[in-house]
Design a protein around this ligand. Structure first.
Ligand SMILES: COc1ccc([C@@H]2N[C@@H](C)[C@@H](O)[C@H]2O)cc1
Length: 447
């Protein structure tokens, strides 16, 4: 064990009520809205092929052109109730909204910089109405905040000179002030989602990141902060020099999902995912493959089966509306969740052997076991190998309670026989199990 002042202060999961609520979310939504939403990845009829919210870093776009976009920022058709209803219908239980991305533009009336929404034609605060609308819809709100701030003269990528450190100390104070402002203006906020913390300047500020984390939780008890905020004494991020997670959950799964349970290291975690291949802010022309609702539902099932949450990102247009394909995606996921949410909400990992047909989840409320089926075998027989002392007593379709035939195999394995094999979308089977005792009777019991 390396002695650390600013490594993990808690070993193992955080288990208070706020964190237990976070663990049970299952499905979430991310929203990226900012000046970049105006351009949609294009400038001067050229298309930037990077992530649209990074267009300011494109050498074909002069910084002062980008930074003057605030003069055009006017989401005329923005309606927080519409955003909240879309999320509610999709079945999400938490939403993370960008308050300030790397470009430094603030969607709230910050008194620490004029580069904020009150100086735009729109003038009004967007964060307050969104927090209120989501909160009233029963959706927990988290605020995305980029530490890296390209607009602030005191931002530094590295600390090479005394002057760098003097400037960066001013920057740290600015950052702490803005975060205090956000938590004071929007007390319903359940957590902060930090980004832009990979540069050397921040890696050398482990002590500050630790004291900031503790300060924010002191002024906002219960606040949830992932592992992307802190650096330890040696600049390690997410996991300290002793391999312990620094944060309330692992926040590294961006556009990727753990391969198996081992890869989660037993921590809480969530995966944030773009619907296109990459790109978080609105892009007029989507590059590459647009994930279907089927693919997103399979990612959701996989995340929950590995004790994580799954968060789908949306990038509204500069006028404050969502593109049609995003609305359709939210609708399709919502339709599936209406029927199958029992297998997703308050559910998590089950230590049974993974089978080809799909994923197991187990309810944290009543221990019920769910099979989320994506691949039906040609013979319609779904293999289930319960853990040693667990036996399948009954199997039925969640959508219509139809009991399915269970055939005992060797040991306490079973085949669950599907009567029809032409399902058009993923479906859920509920398993009722008994500890010990007699397995389900099978006609041709193998001896
Ligand atoms: C590969 O480097 C990056 C840096 C920043 C990001 C930002 N994190 C996501 C949550 C988006 O905000 C993206 O701009 C993504 C990849």
């Amino acid at each position: 064990q390396v002695p650390l002042q600013h490594g993990a202060h808690r070993i193992g999961k955080r288990t208070d009520a706020d964190m237990n609520r976070w663990r049970d979310y299952g499905l979430g939504e991310f929203i990226h809205m900012g000046l970049y939403s105006i351009l949609g990845g294009d400038y001067n009829s050229m298309h930037y092929d990077g992530a649209a919210e990074w267009i300011r870093s494109w050498n074909k776009l002069p910084h002062e052109v980008y930074d003057n976009l605030y003069k055009k920022f006017d989401p005329k058709n923005f309606d927080p109730e519409v955003w909240a209803r879309m999320a509610k219908n999709m079945g999400v239980r938490y939403v993370t909204i960008t308050t300030k991305h790397h470009d430094g533009f603030c969607l709230w009336p910050s008194k620490y910089t004029d580069f904020n929404i009150t100086k735009t034609p729109y003038k009004k605060d967007m964060i307050g109405p969104l927090v209120k609308a989501f909160d009233q819809a029963g959706i927990d709100v988290y605020l995305y905040f980029s530490v890296m701030d390209w607009h602030q003269a005191d931002w530094r990528y590295d600390l090479k000179t005394v002057a760098d450190s003097v400037a960066f100390n001013r920057f740290k104070t600015f950052t702490k002030n803005q975060l205090t402002e956000l938590l004071t203006l929007y007390p319903q906020t359940k957590g902060l989602w930090f980004d832009g913390t990979w540069d050397n300047s921040w890696k050398k500020s482990g002590a500050f990141s630790d004291s900031l984390d503790q300060y924010l939780k002191k002024i906002h008890p219960g606040l949830i902060i992932g592992s992307r905020l802190r650096a330890d004494d040696y600049g390690n991020r997410h996991f300290d020099a002793n391999g312990h997670l620094m944060g309330d959950y692992e926040q590294g799964w961006e556009r990727k999902i753990p391969s198996d349970y081992t890869a989660t290291r037993g921590n809480d975690w969530d995966c944030i995912m773009t619907i296109p291949q990459n790109g978080w802010g609105y892009s007029k022309t989507w590059m590459g493959h647009w994930k279907t609702p089927y693919e997103l539902i399979e990612m959701l099932a996989k995340c929950v089966s590995l004790d994580g949450n799954f968060v789908v990102n949306f990038g509204p247009k500069g006028d404050g509306t969502f593109r049609k394909k995003e609305l359709q995606t939210a609708d399709s996921i919502g339709a599936w969740m209406k029927v199958n949410h029992e297998a997703i909400y308050n559910a998590g990992y089950l230590n049974w052997t993974k089978q080809d047909w799909g994923y197991y989840t187990r309810s944290r409320k009543d221990g019920k076991i769910y099979m989320i089926v994506f691949n039906v075998p040609i013979n319609g027989a779904l293999k289930v190998s319960p853990a040693k002392k667990e036996h399948i007593k009954k199997a039925y379709l969640l959508q219509d309670n139809k009991t399915l035939h269970v055939e005992a195999l060797d040991g306490n394995d079973v085949f669950i026989q599907l009567e029809q094999k032409n399902q058009q979308e993923p479906f859920v089977i509920v398993l009722e199990t008994g500890q010990g005792g007699q397995a389900v009777e099978g006609e041709n019991k193998h001896v």
